[in-house]
Design a protein around this ligand. Structure first.
Ligand code: C5P
Length: 232
């Protein structure tokens, strides 16, 4: 078992239109959420690094989900820039040379490799030219991530058991695509909160089920209670 506080295991994806909206939501959530993922939408909105510093000032942990994908030198240099900010996690796509470049520049950041986006299913992979299942590809990329020195992977909760079975517990496994119950959106490979952790996740990333809830704080608290139930 890794030394992770139970409340940090829920990472809220702060997918909102502006840094001001983000601050308002963080204030509304209060101590129900201690770990925030800030991604591409906020990066494009402006004020990204100011928001990052503000979150750190509030005592929150930060996951910079910018999913770097470029030639290794460019990714390495981008990670080196990010390392000047106080972030706990960042993401890169799961090609070996990209992951190695990110790891070489990471300083104190934990590098997480994206295995297979949870919005993709087997037919999407066919169209992209892959012949195996999402599970095969996720395992292959997780193995490469481990060999490349990455700290962890982003994977669907459905693939987490295979990753644990073949690669053990060294990698941090972060699972998006978590839903309280069946939901009709673009996530195709989904699991519930409990299932994700029982399948081997260390952290879950949850966005819309909290953001779009009638009472986001209550939705987050309910998930925190479910997590506490798994780890009690
Ligand atoms: O709203 P929802 O709970 O689907 O949000 C999931 C978050 O996790 C989004 O911010 C998305 O970018 C991110 N993510 C994902 N699948 C991955 C990696 C990250 O859904 N493989």
């Amino acid at each position: 078992m890794k030394d992770i506080s139970v409340s940090d295991r829920l990472i809220f994806a702060l997918d909102v239109r502006s840094a001001d909206d983000a601050r308002a939501l963080v204030e509304l959530l209060g101590d129900a959420v201690s770990f925030y993922k800030i991604g591409l939408e906020l990066c494009m909105a402006g004020g990204y690094f100011e928001l990052l510093a503000w979150l750190r000032g509030q005592g929150k942990k930060v996951f910079a989900d910018l999913k770097f994908y470029d030639i290794p030198q460019t990714v390495g240099r981008a990670v080196a820039q990010l390392a000047d900010h106080d972030v706990q996690f960042c993401t890169v796509h799961g090609d070996r040379s990209i992951m190695e470049a990110a790891v070489a520049s990471r300083a104190a950041i934990n590098i997480l490799a994206v295995t297979v986006l949870t919005s993709l299913d087997e037919s999407d992979l066919r169209e992209m030219g892959y012949s195996g299942t999402p599970q095969d590809l996720a395992l292959q990329r997780a193995r490469t991530a481990l060999e490349s020195g990455c700290n962890g992977v982003i994977s669907s909760g459905l693939e987490a058991p295979t990753i644990r079975e073949h690669l053990g517990h060294d990698l941090i496994v972060v699972c998006p695509g978590v839903r309280p119950a069946a939901q009709d959106d673009d996530q195709k490979r989904v699991v519930t909160v409990e299932q994700a952790f029982l399948n081997g996740a260390d952290y879950i990333v949850v966005g819309r089920p909290i953001r779009d809830a009638e009472d986001p704080r209550a939705a987050a608290t309910q998930m925190q209670d479910a997590i506490a139930g798994v780890f009690s």
